[in-house]
Design a protein around this ligand. Sequence first.
Ligand code: AOS
Ligand code: ZN
Ligand code: ZN
Length: 426
Amino acid sequence: MISEQRIQELNHSLQDDHQFRFNFLAEWLDRRGIAVQEIIDQVAAFQVAIPSWALGTGGTRFGRFPAGGEPRNLEEKIEDIGLLHRLNRSSDSISLHIPWDIPKDVPALQQLLAENSLTIDSVNSNTFQDQPDQPFSYKFGSLCHTDASVRNLAIQHNIDCINYGKALDAKTLTVWLADGSNFPGQQHFRRAYQRTAESLASIYESMPADWTMLIEYKPYEPHFYSMVIPDWGTSYSLCQYLGQNAQVLVDLGHHLPNTNIEQIVGRLLHFGRLGGFHFNGSMYGDDDLTTGSIKPYQFFLIFNELVDGMTDPAVKNPSLAWMIDASHNTKDPLEDLLQSVQSILTTYTKALLVNRVALSQAQEGNDVVVAEELLKDAFQTDVRPLVAEAMRQSGGALDPIAAYRAAHIREGLIQKRGKLSIATGL
Ligand code: AOS
Ligand code: ZN
Ligand code: ZN
């Protein structure tokens, strides 16, 4: 679709402008005692997993408008993500979804993954919809269900997911439960929680010792009165109950408007219970929009908390799973993912620029203005040349979206797969 040589040619035409902008910024940061190449190395090393379900245009219940050339199977999804990774050198893994991505020919898939320099990051279970041949229904819940046969079906599905993941060398099981209720009185809160905890424990016991279970929370949707795991506190309590290999997953869109997500991140880091992220953007709730598209300052404050926690030796948190969880109806999905990764790296870079010694002094001395200005200074720095340089040094494109357009990739995919091909996804 696009060769490394073509990427280099496209870079060549942008190199002059890039060098000018990069030199200016590097010199300025250097004057302030910031080790520029160290920052570039950290940005180049930062990898974000791409969800298999974001490669098509996610519909809404009102309709769906296919992008054209959407991947029709797991092999084509791997090709698409390989393409993203070739362009930005920052998306080297995939979040799988079962049953949409059940691996069939495992050796062939492993080879395809290796050819594209990709790995499988995590496996997502799906107990939010019934599959055609399913003996019992998830209509009234899965791991929390009142009927043990339904709970066992959902437990077994999660164990199957672990086994599919093992075949492809994944090490993470992501559990998001749609379980909840729509009307007061429908569900007994304490018993639903208890059943969920016990079901999760059965899954946890079947998990290899080097695996992590990520438990995602969500305040509403698909249920609108209560969710069994609505908030980080519930996820955290379940992790405490299960053991060291269970961690909380923060999906940026799973908070009520104006929730202080950065503080949640700080709390979970403090407890050593932050397992990973689902990056996306949102205005109202679980909007699954492009990461950083709506509230870039809040996104920066979240990364500021992350960098602070990751660089503080007192924080004992395992390494995090960085994942995108997006799915919407309007953009070319591959362009959207390129934008998301770009926004994640840009925001991470800004957080790396924060003068932590000065910030800590201002905080200890209660100098509110200086503390705030230190954050704003980093946030307002245009770090795009550093991100471009990180990608260039890793063999990627200086401007991945421009390269994607210049290579007419969507047109090529439509020719190959047809205008109406539809990817499985949300
Ligand atoms: C659903 O709202 C959650 O964000 C899930 O993480 C995710 O979208 C789903 O598990 C994908 O199947
Ligand atoms: Zn999610
Ligand atoms: Zn979600």
